[in-house]
Design a protein around this ligand. Structure first.
Ligand code: NAD
Length: 428
């Protein structure tokens, strides 16, 4: 696909370009499904790519112009849905890849959404709260005609949280003249957010790991886990796995990692990070390790929960886990995926493993549209039902087609979207 190349884009090596990898997985699924070439062409291209300039007045009076993207991949099953990422490495190709993944993910877990993603190339740590608010509001205003509660519904992703969603919701609402809670998910409970949303992606990761262990006759109790990333997803997964009796031996964030072979006290670590500018480094009763060392630790389950392209051709031979659970989007490159498969290491694919977040986003949207709000127990129960069902469908498909779990997940997700597109027909 020829996406517009922006001046701000940093080219990634061809073999780890996120969009090329996403297309490659799509092509594998299409081959498995014997999909017509024309249909594959349609699904290989995002339906809409929007790039906007975001001029922001900084606290020192200077004006800076940032580039913001929103890519809408395919809305054949329902409104577009996808997170908003604030990170210096955001590029249009990365956002396009993530939008495509969202399409398959929503179809896989059976929720009526299409895939989208947004992002701004910035390091949120370098901006004040006021600057971030102005950036978020201007970005939302620029996208006002492209988003909407039945058109495209943003959510949090790396570098954004309920706070940014509240600003987006308020900006949209002020522009249209009335409160529109359904414009975003992952917002604070005070303005229509769902109970359970904050922990949802991490909870979904815990559920999928639990099911995969159960298939091997094992339980979470006593399972040795290593987690890269201690943000929304990694932090929640760590807490829930710890609660379930798993030994969380090592976790890391952007500043480094910590390791204790007997297991880290995750509640104490969370309290420590809260008082230490959200950094885990220096936590007592642990040894410092690098992110590279963390990925090579012997363990039962390795959970990359930070960024893309963390397990690559260069370090895949060092992985010593029985299961790699992709909590982040695209943490294992295409080549590394093949190498893990060849070594008999199970990869629980991102479009299944981290789908808990979009499932609860969907439940939040449903609650918002019906003006009936559920308790957390019900939200968790509904999410768990959809996640467990999807897991068993993927394992069944994998056995039936004799393919790895990732390809099985793709054939299910892509197959459902292709079927819907065929049934609806090509407009005009
Ligand atoms: P976050 O910003 O809350 O946390 C990211 C974490 O990764 C932080 O602890 C950060 O310090 C760490 N990190 C950043 N760079 C790192 C590096 N080079 N090495 C090690 N750690 C590093 O983001 P998040 O919302 O937890 O998202 C994490 C991943 O999960 C992303 O791939 C995202 O797309 C995916 N995801 C998130 C959600 C969600 O609901 N938030 C849903 C589905 C998938």
């Amino acid at each position: 696909m020829n996406l517009v190349t922006l001046p701000l884009e940093t080219p990634s090596p061809a073999h780890i370009c996120p969009f090329d990898q996403a297309c490659s997985y799509l092509e594998q699924a299409a081959k498995e499904l014997r999909m017509e070439q024309g249909l594959l062409e349609v699904l290989s291209h995002p339906r809409k790519v929007v790039t906007v300039s975001i001029p922001v007045k900084l606290d020192n009076g200077q004006v800076q112009v940032l580039a913001g993207h929103r890519v809408q991949h395919c809305d054949v099953l329902g409104p577009y849905k996808g997170g908003t990422r604030y990170h210096p490495a955001v590029t249009l190709r990365e956002v396009s890849a993530l939008a495509m993944l969202m399409t398959w993910k929503c179809a896989l877990v059976g929720i009526p959404y299409g895939g989208a993603k947004g992002g701004i190339a910035l390091d949120p740590a370098r901006y004040s709260v006021g600057e971030l608010e102005r950036i978020t509001r201007r970005y939302t205003s620029e996208l006002i005609k492209d988003i909407g509660p039945s058109v495209d519904i943003p959510a949090p992703d790396i570098g954004t949280s309920a706070r940014e969603m509240a600003w987006m919701m308020d900006t949209y609402s002020m522009n249209v003249g009335h409160a529109v809670p359904g414009i975003v998910t992952g917002k604070p409970i005070s303005i229509g957010g769902s109970r359970g949303r904050e922990m949802a992606t991490g909870r979904g990761v815990m559920i999928i790991v639990r099911e995969a262990l159960a298939d091997r006759g094992k339980t979470l109790a006593g399972t040795r886990v290593v987690i890269q990333g201690f943000g929304n997803v990694g932090g929640a997964a760590a807490s829930l796995l710890h609660e379930a009796g798993a030994i969380v031996m090592s976790v890391s964030d952007v500043s480094g990692g910590i390791y204790n072979p007997n297991g880290l006290d995750i509640p104490a670590l969370k309290a420590y990070a809260a008082q230490n500018h959200r950094s885990i480094v220096g936590f007592p009763e642990s040894k410092s390790i690098t992110n590279t060392e963390l990925l090579a630790l012997p363990c039962d389950v390795l959970i990359p929960a930070a960024l893309e392209n963390q397990i690559t051709e260069d370090n895949v031979h060092e992985v010593q886990a029985e299961i790699v659970a992709e909590a982040a989007n695209g943490p294992v490159t295409l080549m590394a995926d093949l190498a893990l498969e060849a070594r008999g290491i199970t990869v629980l694919p991102d479009i299944l493993t981290n789908a808990g977040g979009v499932v609860v986003s969907y439940l939040e949207w449903v609650q918002g549209l019906s003006y009936v709000f559920w308790d957390e127990e019900r939200v968790n129960r509904e999410m768990e039902g959809l996640m467990v069902y999807a897991y068993h469908q993927v394992t069944k498909e994998s056995k039936m087609r004799q393919v790895p779990l990732r390809l099985a997940a793709y054939t299910l997700g892509v197959g459902r979207v292709a079927q819907a597109l065929t049934d609806r027909g090509l407009y005009p």
